[in-house]
Design a protein around this ligand. Sequence first.
Ligand SMILES: NC(=O)c1ccc[n+]([C@@H]2O[C@H](COP(=O)([O-])OP(=O)(O)OC[C@H]3O[C@@H](n4cnc5c(N)ncnc54)[C@H](O)[C@@H]3O)[C@@H](O)[C@H]2O)c1
Length: 253
Amino acid sequence: MNQKVLVTAGASGIGLEIVKSFSATDAKVSVCDIDEKGLTALKKQVPDIVINVCDISKRSDIEAMVTYCADTMGGLDVLVNNAGISGPTAPVEEIKPDEWEKVIQVDINGTFNTTRMAIPYLKKSSAGVIINMSSVAGRFGYENRSPYSTAKWGIVGFTKTLSIELGKYGIRANAILPGAVAGARIENVLKGGAEAHHTTVEAERRNALSIQSIKSFVDPEDIAALAVFLASNSAKSISGQIIPIDGDTQKAS
Ligand SMILES: NC(=O)c1ccc[n+]([C@@H]2O[C@H](COP(=O)([O-])OP(=O)(O)OC[C@H]3O[C@@H](n4cnc5c(N)ncnc54)[C@H](O)[C@@H]3O)[C@@H](O)[C@H]2O)c1
């Protein structure tokens, strides 16, 4: 496909899988992250990528990063706004304003600033694509997770607006909403739950999966494959959509 792709926060987690999946096509991929060591390790695995250290909470970092990545690749066709932090777990009245603002700064302002900088490049593409990472927390209210849920609902509104504003330039915008993702993090959560509730990891797993129709957590590789599909020509009529990939999760956990 020869696409020029920028993935934010791609040194680990879902972003890393997205980088690998695009790199496995003919795409040229740029990756930014706050974690310099992680980026250097990734560059060893995937030598053709362009890497750039960037704190997505800092506007000046983003401005330099998007310009550097797009200019180094010779343009930009696909922007994957993957960066997002989950923030504190507490009722609203106990959340420190600084903690609230940090989540909004990374998840919302970071996505806005990256997109704002990328649009002039995407307009020059013959098929520009924006993929924003929301969450199942952008479909439900989540007790004690107000900053994250608010940010992820915000990503949905941003995505739908981008689609309307940019469609006339041939740019599509969609949001991916992953549910609970398989891997070390969820296993630790289950282990912690088992200890706290004096039960077993398997009982915690059954409980966690009881709100899903499909009884398994989401493979990050499948999220990456969805991103590659959404960026492809086969998805040319798909824009402004929020696309859950969550085993048909029925309610907040
Ligand atoms: N993992 C899940 O279960 C899950 C579920 C739904 C949605 N999501 C969303 O998917 C996206 C990726 O999630 P993940 O779990 O893979 O993330 P993660 O917590 O594993 O972090 C991925 C990367 O983000 C980088 N990062 C953190 N703060 C940064 C900053 N200020 N600037 C630049 N990079 C920064 C980290 O260094 C790391 O390499 C996020 O937007 C998240 O909200 C994740």
